[in-house]
Design a protein around this ligand. Structure first.
Ligand code: NAD
Length: 482
C-alpha cells in the first residue's frame, strides 16, 4: 500500500516511530494508503533541517526566491490533472471542483506571493527638528510552523507556505492527517523547482502528536494555523506562554442575508453554491440563510426545487455536484446535527438522509439539507456544522436581520444580496465579520485581507498582511548632524 512519507531536508523519509495511520478514500469508505504518524522526534529533525537552511534562504535575492516560487506554481499547473485526482480521491470532493478551484488556487498562491514579495516595502519616518531618521526593516522570523485543515487541502496548505517562504523564512508544515496526499506530492514538486533542501519540511501525523509538537517546539517562533475554533483555543493556550506569533483562521457560521430588492436569479444560483459547494465544507459557506419576508415563500419553493436537482455521487463522475463527506466521523457529526435540528423543532424541507451510491456503497454521502427554523438561537443555527446543511428563516427589517446575523460567537464572513447601495453600506458596516460579500460569494482577490473576528480567529492572511505576519519589524533610528 502507498506510504505517505515525511519530506525533510529535501528527501522523503519514514517516521521515527514506524507507526502509520490509515488514509481513507471517503468516496468508497476504504483505506487506500498509509500515513506517517510523526512525533516530536520527526518535528525536531524537520526543525534542524529548516534551521540549517535559514541563513542561506533568508539571504537569497528577492528575484531568486521569486523565481523558485514561480517555478513551483508552474509545476503545480503542469501537474493539474494528477494533483486534482489525488485531491478528489483523498477528500471526496468532485474532481471538477478540484480541477477548477483547489489546484489552480494552489498554483496561484505561489504565483501571487512570488510577485507580492517583489513589491513588499516598509516605512520610513523622518523627525525633522529632532534630526532623526527612522526606517523599518522587515526581517524573516526564522523557522515558522504552518498547520492546515482537510477541507481545501492543497489550497490552504500553500496559502500559508507561499508567503512564509516568500518572506525568507524556512518552514515546518503539517497538512491534515485526513487529507495528506497532495501535500505529500508537493515535496517532490518543490525539489524539482529547485527549492533548496530544508527550506520547506512537510511532516505528517495527527494534531495532538505532530501538530502539537510543532506548536510546542521552543524554537519555532510563529504558528500560522487554519482549522477548528476548539483546536485554535488549544494552540493559543500552548503558544501564549512561549510568546509565539500566532495567526488563527478558525470556524464560521456565516449569514447569507437576502433582501427582496436583489437580483433574484443571480442570488438563487450563487446561494446554491454558497450553501453546498464542497459538500458545504468551506469555512466561508453561508450556512444561515435569512430571507426578507416578502419573498420568503417564493425563495423557499425555488431554493428547495434547485437543491433537489443537485446530483450526489462519485466525485469522479463529471455530472456530480455533491461528492462524499470527508470521513465517517465527520458524516456522523453532521447527521447528529440534523437529528438535533428535528429535536429543536426545525422542519427538514429537503434532504436529511444518508445516500447509498451504486458502486460506492460504503462512501460517506449525505443529501444536501435545508432546515427551516423558528428560533435563530437554536443550536443548529448557532454551532458550526461544516456539512451540506443550511438553515433558513424569514426577517422583516434591516435592524432585525442585523441582530440575528450578529448573534453568533463567530464572525468570519457574510453575504448580502441587495441592489440598494445605501443599504449595502449600512449593513456591511454593521455586520460582525472579517469579510463581507455583496451580490457575490467567494470572490477572492489575493491582495485583500482575509480572516475573521470573534471566535473565527485572530490576524489576517492575504496580500501584504501575510508578508507582515511572516516578518518581524525592526525600527532603526539614526540621529544625524544637521
Ligand atoms: P482541526 O482543527 O481538527 O484540524 C486542523 C489542523 O490542526 C489539522 O492539521 C490537525 O491535525 C491539526 N491539529 C489538531 N489538533 C491540534 C493540536 N492540538 N495542535 C496542533 N495542531 C492540531 O480542523 P479540521 O477539522 O481539519 O478543519 C475544519 C475546521 O477548519 C472548520 O472549523 C473550519 O471552519 C475551519 N476552517 C477555517 C478556515 C478559515 O480560513 N477561517 C478555512 C478552512 C477551514
Amino acid at each position: 500500500m502507498k506510504k505517505i512519507l515525511n519530506y525533510i531536508d529535501g528527501s522523503y523519509c519514514e517516521p521515527f516511530s514506524q507507526d502509520w495511520l490509515d488514509n481513507y478514500n471517503p468516496s468508497k469508505g476504504v483505506v487506500y494508503s498509509k500515513i506517517a504518524s510523526s512525533s516530536s522526534v520527526d518535528v525536531d529533525n524537520a526543525y534542524l533541517a529548516a534551521k540549517k537552511a535559514f541563513p542561506s534562504w533568508s539571504n537569497t535575492t528577492i528575484n531568486e526566491r521569486s523565481a523558485i516560487l514561480s517555478k513551483i506554481a508552474d509545476l503545480i499547473e503542469d501537474n493539474l490533472d494528477k494533483l486534482a485526482e489525488a485531491e478528489s480521491l483523498d477528500n471526496g470532493k468532485p474532481l471538477s471542483l478540484a480541477k477548477s478551484v483547489d489546484i489552480p488556487r494552489a498554483s496561484s498562491n505561489f504565483k501571487f506571493f512570488a510577485h507580492a514579495i517583489t513589491q513588499f516595502s516598509s516605512e520610513a519616518h523622518e523627525s525633522i527638528g529632532l534630526n532623526t531618521m527612522n526606517f523599518t526593516l522587515r526581517q524573516p522570523i526564522g523557522v515558522v510552523g504552518c498547520i492546515s485543515p482537510w477541507n481545501l487541502p492543497l489550497y490552504l496548505f500553500t496559502w500559508k507556505i507561499a508567503p512564509a517562504l516568500a518572506a525568507g523564512n524556512t518552514v515546518v508544515a503539517k497538512p491534515s492527517e485526513v487529507t495528506p496526499m497532495t501535500a505529500f506530492l508537493l515535496g517532490d514538486i518543490c525539489s524539482k523547482a529547485g527549492l533548496p533542501n530544508g527550506v520547506l519540511n512537510i511532516i505528517h501525523g495527527t494534531g495532538p502528536s505532530a501538530g502539537q509538537a510543532i506548536v510546542e517546539h521552543p524554537n519555532i517562533k510563529a504558528i500560522s494555523f487554519t482549522g477548528g475554533t476548539k483546536t485554535g483555543e488549544v494552540i493559543a493556550r500552548k503558544a501564549a506562554p512561549m510568546f509565539k506569533k500566532l495567526s488563527l483562521e478558525l470556524g464560521g457560521k456565516n449569514p447569507n442575508i437576502i433582501f427582496a430588492d436583489c437580483n433574484y436569479e443571480k442570488m438563487l444560483s450563487v446561494t446554491i453554491k454558497s450553501s453546498f459547494a464542497n459538500q458545504g465544507q468551506i469555512c466561508l459557506c453561508g450556512s444561515r440563510i435569512f430571507v426578507e419576508k416578502s419573498i420568503y415563500l417564493k425563495f423557499k419553493k425555488d431554493f428547495v426545487t434547485k437543491v433537489r436537482k443537485l446530483k450526489i455521487g462519485d466525485p469522479f463522475v463529471s455530472t456530480t455536484n455533491i461528492g462524499a463527506l470527508v470521513s465517517k466521523p465527520h458524516l456522523e457529526k453532521v447527521v447528529s446535527y440534523i437529528d438535533l435540528a428535528k429535536e429543536e423543532g426545525g422542519k427538514i424541507l429537503t434532504g436529511g438522509n444518508k445516500v447509498t451510491v451504486n458502486g460506492s456503497e460504503n462512501g460517506y454521502y449525505l443529501e444536501p439539507t435545508v432546515i427551516e427554523i423558528q428560533n435563530q438561537q437554536c443550536r443548529t443555527n448557532q454551532e458550526e456544522i461544516f456539512g451540506p446543511v443550511v438553515t433558513i428563516m424569514p426577517f422583516e427589517t434591516e435592524e432585525e436581520v442585523l441582530v440575528m446575523a450578529n448573534n453568533v460567537k463567530y464572525g468570519l464572513s457574510a453575504t448580502l444580496w441587495t441592489s440598494n447601495i445605501d443599504r449595502t453600506m449600512r449593513v456591511s458596516k454593521k455586520i460582525e465579520a472579517g469579510i463581507v460579500w455583496v451580490n457575490t460569494w467567494l470572490n477572492r482577490d489575493l491582495r485583500t485581507p482575509f480572516g475573521g473576528i470573534k471566535n473565527s480567529g485572530v490576524g489576517r492572511e492575504g496580500g501584504f498582511e501575510a508578508l507582515k505576519f511572516f516578518t518581524e519589524s525592526k525600527n532603526i533610528c539614526i540621529k544625524y548632524d544637521n
